[in-house]
Design a protein around this ligand. Structure first.
Ligand code: NAD
Ligand code: IPM
Ligand code: MN
Length: 354
């Protein structure tokens, strides 16, 4: 039987709650389609940090590297200073495993309520390809005279030709497989150095291929278009921070953060890729059973796809597509079904041939 080694990092808040459901549905898919997911749980996140002072010991990183994929819930705790876990765990893994693509589909599923009046599923099916190892996330920063009236903080954005080119090539391939259109989202009118590098690089990559059309949107206008006309987009390639921000907006358009999936991909497969919902640890609803596991389950579908288990990925997506409309107008917090009831229903549908 085929076997895939999956490291599971539930993390903080609702992270472990939704990850359990994602693993449950993925296991059901394995049983149906004849493969085994050998899962190992890793205790990482706020609790471990508060207990031991460790965020990600080197030995644990080495172990994670030995897996085929990593399934993550979310990290971030109100009891830990911002950045310690987010940078020390999540960004460290994205960088060290060179997961240079953050793939974030924005898709309105049939029967799922959206806050955008009149929007239908055929008007909202785009793929955000977010650069995941550079930009403001990776640049140097400095602090002077902290806590004084003369305080200065700098935060640089790092953009390399190699980094932009490789993510542009990935986005181009995706556009060629889909509707053949690629939008670059940036802020070239203000960020003239980084914007110039991005524009020229994406334009050159697109021109080489020939079959994909390209356009451009400034990130502020992008926010407008995502709300009033998301149907104009097919694949959107963008820098790290812009991609972070526009995909929370995309999540709202598709019905809520509880529905938005992502994959941190190392397309060269030189290290494991990592799959996680777009949302965070949601401390406001942690422990209440109100977290929608759909985002985590759809992230697991992206994971199965990456593992080559295409039929299983399709079945998992289909189960989510069946269950979400059952939640009605409340496909978010207070949706009327608990996190685990929704996961059970999805797993049941996968097992029964959804
Ligand atoms: P968040 O995404 O955790 O929550 C934003 C809002 O969305 C909250 O109202 C929350 O209740 C709701 N929400 C989130 N997930 C949901 C789900 N599955 N179902 C229903 N509603 C859901 O963002 P935040 O509050 O800004 O951040 C909380 C913590 O999470 C912070 O420490 C932040 O750094 C961290 N964070 C981690 C990740 C990650 O691990 N990938 C992503 C974003 C934020
Ligand atoms: C996300 C999160 C992370 C990011 C944080 C927690 C580091 O917001 O995955 O969208 O900014 O990339
Ligand atoms: Mn984010």
């Amino acid at each position: 039987m085929r076997e895939h080694r999956v490291a599971v990092v539930g993390g903080d808040g609702v992270g472990p709650e939704v990850t359990v459901e994602a693993a449950k549905v993925a296991h059901a898919a394995g049983e149906r389609f004849g493969f085994r997911l050998a899962t190992s749980d890793y205790d990482l996140g706020g609790d471990r940090y508060l207990r031991t002072g460790e965020v990600l010991p080197d030995a644990v990183e080495d172990e994670l590297r030995g897996h085929d994929v990593i399934l993550v819930g979310a990290v971030g705790s109100p009891d830990v200073p911002p950045g310690v876990l987010e940078r020390g765990l999540l960004l460290r893994l994205r960088f060290e495993f060179d997961q240079y693509v953050n793939l974030r589909p924005v898709r309105l599923l049939p029967g799922v309520p959206t806050p955008i009046a009149g929007l239908t599923p055929d008007g909202c099916d785009l793929l955000v390809v977010r650069e995941n190892t550079e930009g403001l996330y990776a640049g140097a920063g400095g602090h002077l005279y902290r806590g004084t009236p003369s305080e200065v903080a700098t935060q640089e954005s790092l953009n390399t030709r190699r980094g932009v080119e490789r993510v542009a090539r990935f986005a181009l391939r995706k556009a060629a497989e889909r509707r053949g259109h690629l939008t670059l989202c940036h802020k070239t009118n203000v960020l003239t150095h980084a914007g110039d590098l991005w524009y020229r690089t994406v334009e050159e990559v697109v021109a080489e291929a020939g079959e994909v059309t390209m356009d451009y949107a400034h990130v502020d206008a992008m926010c407008l278009y995502l709300v009033n006309d998301p149907g104009r987009f097919d694949v959107v390639v963008t820098d790290n921070l812009f991609g972070d921000i526009i995909t929370d907006l995309g999540a709202a358009v598709q019905g809520g953060l509880g529905l938005a999936a992502s994959g941190n991909l190392n397309p060269d497969r030189a290290a494991p890729s990592m799959f996680e919902p777009v949302h965070g640890s949601a401390p406001d609803i942690a422990g209440t059973g109100a977290a929608n596991p759909a985002a985590a389950v759809l992230s697991a579908a992206l994971m199965l796809e990456h593992l080559g288990e295409t039929d299983a990925a399709t079945a998992v997506e289909r189960s989510v597509g069946r269950v979400l409309p059952e939640l009605g107008a409340m496909a978010g917090p207070q949706m009327g079904y608990s996190t685990s009831q929704i996961g059970d229903r999805m797993a049941g549908l996968v097992a029964d041939g959804a």
